[in-house]
Design a protein. Structure first.
Length: 93
C-alpha cells in the first residue's frame, strides 16, 4: 500500500494484495490520497489506513477500504497529524 518510489519524494496511492491461492499479487483500487509512513490495520474485514505524509506534510486523513464493494472512502480524521505511526487492533471482549 502506498509508500514512496526509489527513495525520492514521489508518494504512491497504489495498493496490491497477495492471493495465497494463486501465489500472485494483484492490483486493487488505489487509495484516494497518496502517502507514505502511515499506519494500517484490518477491522471487521475493512482496511483502515491512518495518517502518513507526503513531501513533508503529515496527515490526519483516514481512508477505509471495503472489500465487498472494492472501494475506498474517507473515515473519521485522526485528532492530529500522524506520520511514521503504527496501527493495532485490540479486542475488548
Amino acid at each position: 500500500m502506498g509508500g514512496r518510489s526509489n527513495g525520492d519524494e514521489l508518494r504512491l496511492s497504489s495498493v496490491e494484495r497477495f492471493d495465497p491461492r494463486t501465489g500472485r499479487w494483484e492490483l486493487m483500487p488505489p487509495m484516494r490520497k497518496q502517502r507514505a509512513f502511515f499506519g494500517a490495520a484490518v477491522i471487521s474485514g475493512k482496511v483502515f489506513v491512518c495518517g502518513g505524509s507526503r513531501r513533508g506534510e503529515d496527515y490526519s486523513v483516514v481512508q477505509v477500504y471495503h472489500e465487498e464493494t472494492d472501494t475506498w472512502e474517507y473515515g473519521a480524521q485522526l485528532k492530529g497529524n500522524k506520520s511514521g505511526a503504527a496501527a493495532v487492533v485490540v479486542s475488548l471482549t
